[in-house]
Design a protein around this ligand. Structure first.
Ligand code: ADP
Ligand code: ZN
Length: 217
């Protein structure tokens, strides 16, 4: 099993691909965004600290995210490999991850960079809806992912809602923050020799196949 990072802007499809791939390869998907949202829903101290940043589309401070990821990577299911989705997001996070891995004689095997044009990112984010009940994700701007009944979950009939940071204004800010703080990671991992770039456009099934080949290589 491999230690994999999915790198890409908000809306580039990281979450969707990670879901498909972790099901196929039985690798745990580790999404810092999901873990933070769970903490907000549970009303934990971490959740209370993270909420304000997330609502504005800013990054949660490195120290908080690094604590959270250290806990998650220490769980038994992460020993052999995992797919990181939404982490690292800053050079400091990447350096901390490399250091932690090096201490146990390990390293990142593969970084997949999904390169997607900005207008497509905004379109995808603004169209994203989530089932309030079961969490399933839809997209009203994409036929492939639209719900069969407007505003209702196909699986459980739950109401579809928009994530507070998926409004167009906050999405624009998230993309700016990404370009400033996360995009430098492309060079970081290119230099490390672990980076593979994929075109973020095109059908999900095609992306899953392309990524599958990289994982199996
Ligand atoms: P997306 O990739 O669609 O932007 P995520 O669910 O990965 O969404 O992240 C949502 C928000 O959670 C981010 O805008 C940020 O505030 C916070 N977050 C998630 N991961 C990190 C991280 N590694 N470092 C700092 N903040 C993070
Ligand atoms: Zn549902």
């Amino acid at each position: 099993m491999k230690k994999i990072i999915l790198l890409g802007a908000p809306g580039s499809g990281k979450g969707t691909l990670a879901e498909g791939l972790t099901a196929r390869y039985r690798i745990p998907q580790i999404s810092t965004g999901d873990i933070l949202r769970q903490n907000i829903a549970d009303g934990t101290e971490l959740g209370k600290k993270a909420k304000g940043y997330m609502e504005k589309g800013e990054l949660v401070p490195d120290a908080l995210v690094l604590d959270l990821i250290a806990d998650r990577l220490a769980k038994p299911d992460a020993r052999e490999g995992y797919m990181l989705d939404g982490f690292p997001r800053t050079i400091a996070q990447a350096e901390a991850l490399d250091k932690t891995l090096a201490e146990s004689g390990s390293k990142i095997d593969l970084v997949v960079y999904l390169n997607t044009p900005k207008d497509e990112l905004v379109r995808r984010i603004a169209g994203r809806r989530l089932c309030e009940v079961c969490g399933k994700s839809y997209n009203v701007n994409n036929k492939e992912f639209a719900p069969s009944v407007d505003g209702r979950c196909d699986v459980c009939g739950g109401k579809l809602i928009q994530r507070p940071d998926d409004t167009e204004a906050v999405a624009e800010n998230r993309i700016d923050v990404y370009n400033e703080q996360t995009l430098p990671l492309v060079e970081y991992y290119r230099k490390a020799g672990t980076l593979t770039e994929l075109d973020g456009m095109g059908p999900v099934a095609e992306k899953l196949d392309e990524m599958g080949k990289l994982i199996e290589a």
